[in-house]
Design a binder for this molecule. Structure first.
Ligand code: PLP
Length: 385
């Protein structure tokens, strides 16, 4: 419907509020002056707070993949062995980045819809004692799995390995404590839980990880963290190249807002929305993809009813009703649908989404009657006011 602008119910980029968007529309400030330095510093300080770290944090002009690449390029020498845990598409991406830098990835592929277990990691480490680092996705956006990083960090803490966590879609949306959980490197990006437009990547490192960085010759130039550290420590803290200045205006506004509301309250809000969505989908008889104990509150992944292609539902939701939900990625494209519960969204948006989904499912013959999903969702929200 042309009158409507499209509401993003996708797991990143997410729907943003207009104050954040308008903050990015301000006149530029030069990035090597004291006009800009306080913005850069404030973003770094607030992000450290939200990552749960007091150690090192650098921003990259990139999306999350640039942050993942930065981590691998700075932490490992060619030929080192890295265990790459795959619980979906983004776990595979880390394997591919390791291959691109001629490391030796050992792949730990988990069963579809299931989180990685400590036993699986233990077994891989016993089989390959030469492993020097491990990559794990915190919130796997392709499958809705939340891996237990706290347990993994505790298990690895005295083993001398570097634990790298892809927190691109989990940070800002799920509880995460980098230092307490013994994570060495955490990667994230601006466009998901941090409620800003895409364009800023984030890489946080422990002192232990930094010591390793000092021994590695970075693969490449643009993402060489030694240059980022050098410039961040100047009298006017700066970024080595021209940053995404306007995205950082928006990011500052968004981070301030999260801080004002309280990160824990944002996390609780998303948990409530996710609970309501799951209740609604179950009431419609739709099958959830992710094992319950590892289900994330960032998004809910579920099977489209048999005989209805996910892309038909996605396009009708978007073209007729102005709401963009996501289909499954890659091998899941023919079966799965994904709806997010993070962003500048609330109950009104989830209720609208499920009502429209019900209308489509009725038109397509899956539902005889509408109402079960929205009723279950309303009951859930009322019970969790
Ligand atoms: C878990 C996860 N990791 C990595 C990425 C890649 O991030 P980007 O698309 O910002 O490069 C995404 C993006 O969807 C993601 O959800």
């Amino acid at each position: 419907m042309e009158l409507l602008d499209t509401m993003l119910m996708t797991p990143g980029p997410v729907h943003l509020d207009s104050e954040v968007l308008l903050a990015g529309a301000r006149q530029l400030r030069h990035h090597r002056t004291n006009d800009f330095a306080p913005i850069y510093k404030e973003c770094v300080e607030l992000l450290k707070k939200f990552f749960g770290t007091t150690q090192h944090l650098y921003l990259t002009t990139s999306s999350g993949t640039g942050g993942m690449e930065t981590a691998v390029a700075n932490l490992f020498n060619e030929g080192e062995t890295v265990l790459t845990v795959q619980t979906g598409v983004f776990g595979v991406r880390f394997t591919q980045i390791c291959e691109a830098f001629r490391l030796k990835p050992v792949v730990l592929k988990c069963e579809d819809g299931k989180a990685v277990t400590i036993d699986q990691i233990d077994e891989a480490l016993k089989k390959h004692p030469e492993i020097s680092g491990i990559t794990v996705t915190f919130n796997e956006t392709s499958t809705g799995i939340c891996n237990d990083i706290q347990a993994i960090g505790n298990f690895l803490k005295d083993k001398g390995k570097i634990l790298i966590v892809d927190g691109v879609s989990g940070l800002g949306a799920l509880p995460f404590k980098m230092d307490d959980w013994h994570v060495d490197v955490t990667v994230s990006a601006s466009q998901k839980g941090f409620l800003a437009p895409p364009g800023v990547g984030m890489v946080a490192l422990s002192d232990k990880a930094w010591k390793k960085v000092e021994t590695v010759k970075c693969h490449g130039y643009y993402f060489d963290l030694k240059l980022y550290k050098r410039d961040q420590e100047q009298a006017i803290p700066a970024y080595p190249w021209t940053p995404a200045i306007n995205v950082m205006f928006s990011l500052q506004e968004a981070l301030r807002k999260i801080d004002r509301i309280g990160l824990d309250n944002c996390i609780k809000h998303y948990a409530k929305l996710a609970g309501g969505l799951r209740a609604g989908l179950k009431a419609l008889g739709l099958k959830l993809f992710t094992e319950e104990k590892a289900t994330s509150n960032v998004l809910t992944v579920f099977y489209a009813p048999e005989g209805i292609a996910p892309k038909e539902i996605v396009s009708e939701m978007r073209n007729k009703y102005g709401i963009l939900i996501a289909g499954g990625q890659e091998q899941f494209a023919a079966t799965l649908l994904r709806i997010t519960t993070i962003g500048a969204i609330g109950e009104r948006d989830l209720l609208g989404t499920i009502a429209l989904l019900e209308m489509i499912l009725k038109k397509k013959g899956y539902l005889k009657q509408t109402g079960a999903g929205i009723n279950a969702m309303m009951d859930y929200f009322l019970k969790h006011e």
